[in-house]
Design a protein around this ligand. Structure first.
Ligand code: SF4
Length: 408
């Protein structure tokens, strides 16, 4: 399906039956049944098919509906998400991309409480990469068989719009088939502020210079209550959404993300999904969000974990949120688990819970690993084998999710 023009009902569980115990349900009625489950399991079993007929249309799920879905037994939410996955992406193929993360600067004036990557300008370890250094990294990327970079950096007011424009022009001249998947809504908003220009002006200039797609970093949780706590100086949730709205209007492919498991409430997570889903409804025939990537907060040595008592996201909680995202974001074509933060085995399980993309082999990663995750050592062969071992056919893709090579 190409991004949700057709209303997609929650799969009819009568047509594709669930497990024998029949305890799955959702919708408002289901919430009450959760509390009865221990007391009246037989009643739940016999009411199951009856309740399924009342399922709300997935395109308009509200917070209560999502809460009820979230509270399903894990096996049931996984089954529904997997049904959705195969309705949206009917082939037994899982994609990946060969991409290099390049962080052009670690100087950032914003100081998010969950970030160990950024430093002050006068810090000994501060850097701003010269064009030739970036070129060197891309030469290595091509040696790996890749041609896509994920270019992101801190919010550094020494880096003007001309840095990006000249960099993109330079790189496209050196590597004509290079794909620049770069920056993020907070960076775009920041550049616009530094330049005293509109967001639209900046996006136009970057597209003109060679930006191919815009990653959805910096969304964290799209709640200003949460953002005031974890990243008070970063763009607001409305600003994040507005950048994406303009990018979609320009037909620039984008992705959406969520970093969860810190100070947000469940309702704030669900509203985050609703905001992304509703923005995607406005994309018309343009690319819009092509994928959604979900990762848990990485706490090691962060100021956030020192200030708040934060429980680590468990594996089942992660898989539940991923499955939920697949259902609620019915109009986003691809769902990606985070093998970097959750491990490759969890990512394989996620392929049976709604995910259909393993993301990048991440030839270089500096940001998440600064908060306690081991540096990745992924190769194309490893990612292909992970996909095969999980029961799928691997396919190499590009930033538009066009399959460049299917490994039958
Ligand atoms: S997450 Fe990004 S914006 Fe926030 S402090 Fe780190 S580099 Fe800066």
């Amino acid at each position: 399906m190409s991004g949700g023009e057709t209303p997609l009902p929650i799969p009819n569980r009568e047509v594709k039956p669930t497990s024998a115990d029949g305890t799955a349900f959702c919708g408002r009625v289901g919430r009450r049944l959760i509390y009865c489950k221990g007391v009246l399991p037989l009643l739940v079993k016999h009411l199951f098919l009856f309740i399924m007929k009342w399922l709300p249309n997935v395109e308009n799920l509200n917070v209560t509906d999502i809460f009820n879905l979230y509270n399903l037994p894990l096996s049931e939410i996984i089954k529904i998400a997997n049904d959705f996955r195969f309705k949206i992406n009917p082939f037994n193929v899982v994609t990946y991309v060969i991409e290099r993360n390049i962080n052009y600067t670690n100087v950032c004036c914003v100081k998010c409480k969950f970030c160990n990557f950024s430093v002050n300008r006068n810090d000994k370890s501060s850097f701003l990469l010269l064009y030739d250094k970036i070129k060197e990294k891309i030469v290595e990327l091509y040696a790996y068989g890749g041609k896509q970079i994920l270019l992101q950096g801190g919010l550094n007011n020494q880096v003007r719009l001309s840095y990006y424009i000249n960099l993109f022009a330079f790189l496209k001249e050196e590597f004509p088939d290079l794909i620049i998947h770069g920056l993020s809504p907070p960076e775009i908003v920041f550049i616009a502020r530094v330049e005293n220009k509109s967001v639209e002006y900046v996006i136009d200039a970057l597209i003109e210079a060679g930006l191919d797609s815009l990653p959805g970093g910096g969304a964290e949780i799209l709640s200003d209550r949460v953002r005031k706590i974890i990243s008070p100086a970063k763009c607001s949730s409305n600003e994040w959404l507005e950048v994406m709205r303009i990018a979609h209007k320009k037909n620039l492919p984008t992705s959406a993300t969520m970093m969860f498991g810190h100070v947000e409430t469940l309702e704030e997570r669900f509203l985050h999904l609703i905001k992304i889903r509703d923005l995607q409804k406005q994309k018309g025939n343009n690319y819009g969000f092509l994928s959604f990537i979900l990762w848990p907060f990485q706490s090691k040595n962060t100021r956030l974990v020192k200030e708040f008592s934060i429980k680590k996201v468990s594996i089942s909680e992660y898989i539940r949120m991923l499955a939920l995202s697949r259902i609620v974001l019915y109009n986003i074509p691809h769902i990606q688990p985070s093998w970097l933060t959750m491990g490759t085995e969890v990512a394989q399980l996620c392929l049976h819970a709604g995910a259909d993309d393993m993301g990048s082999i991440m030839i270089e990663e500096n940001v998440v690993s600064a908060a306690g995750v081991s540096k990745p050592s992924m190769t194309e062969d490893i990612i292909k084998n992970l996909i095969i071992e999980a029961g799928f056919t691997p396919a190499k893709r590009n930033n538009k999710f066009e399959k460049e090579c299917i490994f039958k």
